[in-house]
Each structure stands twice: as C-alpha cells, then as structure tokens.
Design a protein around this ligand. Structure first.
Ligand code: CKU
Length: 606
C-alpha cells in the first residue's frame, strides 16, 4: 500500500468533502514573473475560469490557446470553524501536468504528473472560521523526464510551444474537481481487497490501513440494504453466502462500510461500492468469474468541445449511453487514467476497463505517433541520460494509478505503456522494472500488458514476454496500404498474424487500436480514403482477420469519438478515427459495429 490515501472523497458521518468546483480567478504568466512578483499571495487581473476544465478552448486568441508555461488559479474559501482539530486537506483530482499549491501565500504542497489525484495537507496552515486564499500554479510543459513525453521549444518571438510526442492535444489546467476534505485525526487510510469464489459463496479478503489505532469493523451491505457479511480486525476474510457476482454488463454492487472506533466510540467511518468478481488469464482466455469473455469496445479519450479534457459529467453519461447502444462491453483509458467518476460509472454499468498509465510518447521520433503507425523510426529511447528520471516518474504514476483504481470491479488489467520503443535491448530492463512495480502494488494481481505498435512485431519486440495478454495497435488498410491497396493490406495483416500464431504464446490477444480516419461530411461511391464508405471497408477487412484467429479475444476500435490533436498536415482539426463525431453523433461505421457487436456472444471463441 502507498503511504498516502487515494480514497475517493466521500461524505460520511465522520468525514466531509466540500466541492470547490466553480469559477476560479485565472491568470496566464506570460512573462514568467509569477513567482518573483508574489502571485502566490494574489494573482493579477480579473479573469475567471471554470474548474474543472482545460483552459485552452474558451479563449479566442491563439497565443492563449497554445500557451506553454505556468497558469495560475486562485479561490478564496471559508474553512469552517468546526474543522479545527480535524485533518484538513485540499484534494485535487488532477492538475495537468504539475502543480504547486499555496494557502494564504504560503507553499503547502506540489505534485508532478497530470492525471492522478493528490492531497495537500493544510491542517496547520488553515485559518479556521475565516477566509483563506488558495492559489495554484499549474505548469503544462512537456519533457522527456515525465509522462506523457514531449518537448517544449521556444519560438523566435519568445513564446514557448509544446511539442507532444503523442497524438492528442496538450490540454491542461485544473481539468478535474477540487475538494476541501476534513478527516478525523485517527482515520481509515486505505483498504486492499481480493476475492475468491467457491460454488455459490465468495470470500472477500481484506486488509485495512489506518492512521492511529482503534477497533476495525467491516460490514458488507447488499443492494437491498441487508447485511451480507461482517468482520473485525485489520486483516481478514468476509464470507458471503449466496454471493451476487459482479458480471459483465450486469453489475451487482455491495456497499462496504468500514468503521474505526475505540471503546465503542466511533472515530471514523468510510463507505465504498464494491463488486465481487475475479479476473484471470488462462491460456488464450480472459476469464471473469471463471467464464471466458470477448472484449468489444473502444480506445477513448477525455475530450469534448469547449471544456477540452475537462471532466464533463454530461459527456460521460452520453458516452456510456452510446457504448450501451452499440453493444460494447469494455474500453481502454487511452492514454492516461481518466476521472474517477468514469470508473464509478463503469462499476455500475458493468463495463470492463483496461486502465492505462500516461506512458505515451516513449518513442524516438518527431512525428512519433505517425512513424509508430508505419513502423518507421525508433532508436534507443531508454538509453538516455534522463532515462532514470523518466522511469521514476513512470513508476510513480503506476503506483498512484493502482492506489486509486485497485478497488474498482470494472478495472480488469493495467496497460503500462502505449506504443513504446520495444525493439531495443535497453527497453527490456526498463519495462521489467515497470511491470515488477505493477505486480507488486496490485493486491488483486490483475493482468499487466502494454500496447504495441506495428514495429513491435512477433520477430522484433523484445518485451512481449512480460505481458499477460498482448495488446496490438494495427492500422493495415490505413497507415499501411490504404485505399485500393487494401487487398494487399489484408495479406500483410494475415502474414503478421500467422507469425504470431507460430510463436504459440498461449496468451490472449486484444486489438487495442484499429480503424481509419473518416470525415463525417464525406460520402463517396465507390469509396475513397476518408469517406464513411471506406471506414466501413477497412473495418470489415480488419474484422475478417480478427475472426480468423482463435487467440484474438477482443477488439477495441480507435477511437470512440473524433478528438482534438495538435494541428498539422496529418490531422484535419483533430483525429477523425471516431466511430462517433466529437459531438457524439454516429458515423456510418457505428451501425456496422452495432450489428457486429450485438451478434457476438460474450464468450465468443471461448
Ligand atoms: C493513433 C500505431 C499508431 C499509434 N496510435 C496511437 C494513438 O494515440 C493515435 O491517435 C495511433 C492514430 O490515430 O494515429
């Protein structure tokens, strides 16, 4: 368990989580003077901006949208007098890519990495019963020492510019919720859970960590509000008779109540939804509760109009409705861990999640994602002077991701890198350390994997032996032999699959990316690339390949919806591989997928 608490900010009898979402004061540090000019005590100007949201797409001038450097947020909040004596924190669900937090002008904490939560302890700095000024400096520069990787350049006019090594816009700011938390000084800090199923019964194996001592009691409450099991002590097992299992697209959630008390006096209580289910890989099968499943779904992004990568509860709802409509059962959180609400929704709706750490762009090339798609480029990304720093940041993100997401029944696997350089000998020790960390940190020991681009093939990749199942990102018929050459693309695709087959890996394969760009405005008969007709042709060809191999146990098309990228010759105002438009309306391919996915049984090829 990590030495910090990643528990979701819940309100209970003993704890309070107050949302600080809303309009915050906002200033861009154009002249890199914020620190020296004392902005920590008060930021200049009178602009205000919504939290949560990316700052980029509100404004009408390009220098602001493309701004690279520090942006400052400020909010004056009253911290209630009754919180005095409690442990008091500011909880940021994310600050992209790094943040320094001040209270009343004094530095209170900082965090590196843009997609996971962090707590800032303000217990001793807060003024209780009074107004307090919260100031946050957020920096969005990309480097090769943190994930996702990229560079920051300086234009001749003095402006900095982000050069991502990845194919999504470098949205940033306070993109997720902020809370004020009060927690009792002796409290529940964390819990690990594992499940075993035998016949109709289940065992819930648990281990609770607390701050300070006390008597621990656990109560498992079923969906009708009845007690299903109880236990006492820090570590133990709850036996659940006639357990309701959490099943794919048929979720059943229990509430787990944990209490910490002393001499019958309640010190702290925490409640969380949990689902009883097991995940296992056996030979070429992915087993949920012992039964084989075939994954159908998407690589997604957190991306929508106006708020950018800012969490939008409305967009989340729409996305789940579309995924249900189309017959999907899973998605990958490409290319970073998503907002916690999305996992809670997946827990309720019975979706399976491959949870991905933001390790994208670990590939030596200027137009990284493009060269990755065609198999060009690539040298030794993991033999640089800076590699140890990158590895440290990477493992730290894996640690935080697993700490945050380990208790979601929806999370069935950890995707530890996306399309890294994996042909070079230096990748082997790097990957091994990342995989070892994940395996050590996850109490449930879920399968671990990474997404492989085409140059990481059966004869070239040196790291796939580390994977419990193989994730392939393949664009035959798009980046490779697109258009009228599609018949050759199909041959080349089949040849690659035959070589994988010869390896006899005895592991499941999931296609975590496939598809092609399509403009929702374009129709053409006969097809041309970018038309809706061609998207259907590519998918039909790619599906034929998937159907020919028994070890292919899932397909997650790239992408759920069109999304924003950096501008450039290869992108027409964003990546257009969406099955839905950015406004979440279907392209023709959505109907093709609906027909296919509704007809494929859950245990297809099982
Ligand atoms: C996607 C092998 C291609 C890598 N993949 C990564 C993803 O982030 C991109 O958006 C390719 C694409 O559409 O090119």
């Amino acid at each position: 368990m990590p030495a910090y608490s990643m528990l979701y900010p819940a309100n209970t009898k003993t704890r309070t989580a107050i949302s600080l979402d809303g309009m915050w004061k906002f200033a861009i540090d154009w002249n890199e003077e914020g620190e020296s000019s004392g902005w920590a005590s008060g930021i200049p100007g009178s602009d205000t901006i919504p939290v949560p949201a990316s700052f980029q797409d509100f404004y009408t001038d390009k220098d602001t949208r493309e701004f690279t450097g520090d942006v400052w947020y400020e909010d004056d909040i009253t911290i209630p007098g009754w919180m005095e004596g409690q442990d008091v924190f500011l909880r940021f669900s994310a600050a992209t890519h790094r943040a320094t937090v001040y209270i009343n002008g004094e530095k209170a904490g900082e965090h590196e990495g843009g997609f996971l939560p962090f707590l800032v302890d303000i217990t001793d700095k807060a003024r209780y019963g009074e107004e307090n000024r919260i100031t946050v400096k957020v920096n969005n520069e990309l480097t090769e020492t943190n994930i996702p990787c990229g560079r920051t350049i300086r234009l001749r006019n003095g402006r900095k510019m982000s050069k991502p090594y990845f194919d999504f816009y470098n949205y940033s700011g306070l993109q997720r919720s902020v809370h004020l938390l009060s927690i009792p000084p002796r409290s529940i800090e964390d819990i690990d859970l594992r499940y075993e199923i035998s016949g109709n019964d289940a065992s819930v194996l648990y281990s609770v960590r607390t701050k300070g001592d006390g008597d621990i009691r656990l109560t498992l409450i079923d969906a009708d509000g009845d007690t299903a099991a109880e236990a006492e002590g820090k570590d133990g097992t709850m036996i659940v008779r006639d357990a309701h299992l959490w099943q794919v697209r048929n979720a059943y959630l229990y509430t787990l109540r944990i209490t910490l008390s002393e001499d019958g006096k309640l010190l702290d209580t925490y409640e969380m939804p949990i689902g009883i289910r097991t995940v296992r890989i056996e030979g070429e099968d992915i087993l949920i509760n012992g039964s084989p499943v075939y994954l159908k779904g998407f690589g997604k992004h957190e991306d929508s109009d106006i708020v950018g990568r800012g969490f939008s509860i409305g967009v989340m709802k729409r996305d789940f409705e579309l995924m249900k409509w189309i017959g999907a059962n899973s998605f990958r959180t490409s290319h970073y861990p998503y907002d916690e609400e999305i996992y809670r929704m997946a827990d309720r709706e019975g979706f399976l999640i491959i949870d991905e750490v933001p390790a994208v762009g670990l590939f030596e090339s200027l137009v990284n994602f493009l060269d990755a798609g065609t198999g060009k480029g690539a040298s030794s990304f993991f033999a640089k002077e800076t590699t140890p720093l990158l590895l440290k940041a990477h493992i730290n993100a894996v640690d935080e991701m697993i700490a945050r997401d380990k208790n979601h029944p929806s999370v069935i696997a950890w995707s530890l890198l996306n399309e890294p350089e994996s042909k070079d000998e230096h990748s082997v020790p790097y990957f091994t350390k990342v995989f070892n960390a994940a395996r050590r940190l996850d109490p449930e020991k879920r399968p671990c994997t990474f997404a492989m681009e085409v140059s990481s093939g059966p004869d070239t990749c040196r790291c796939y032996h580390l994977c419990d199942f193989i994730e392939l990102n393949r664009y035959y018929g798009w980046y490779i032999k697109g258009g009228y050459e599609i018949s050759d693309a199909e041959d080349a695709f089949r040849e690659e699959m035959e070589r994988w087959k010869e390896r006899k890996l005895d592991k499941p394969f999931i296609f975590t990316e496939y598809g092609g760009d399509t403009l929702s405005s374009e129709h053409k008969l006969p097809s041309v690339m970018w038309s809706q007709e061609y998207q259907d042709e590519v998918l039909e060809m790619q599906h034929r390949i998937f159907d020919s191999y028994g070890f292919v146990k899932g397909e997650q098309i790239w992408n759920f919806a069109d999304f924003q990228t950096t501008e450039g010759l290869m992108r027409v105002n964003g990546n257009k591989k969406g099955v839905f438009t950015r406004q979440r309306q279907p392209k023709d391919a959505a109907f093709l997928l609906k027909k296919r996915w509704e007809s494929l049984p859950l245990d297809y090829k099982g």
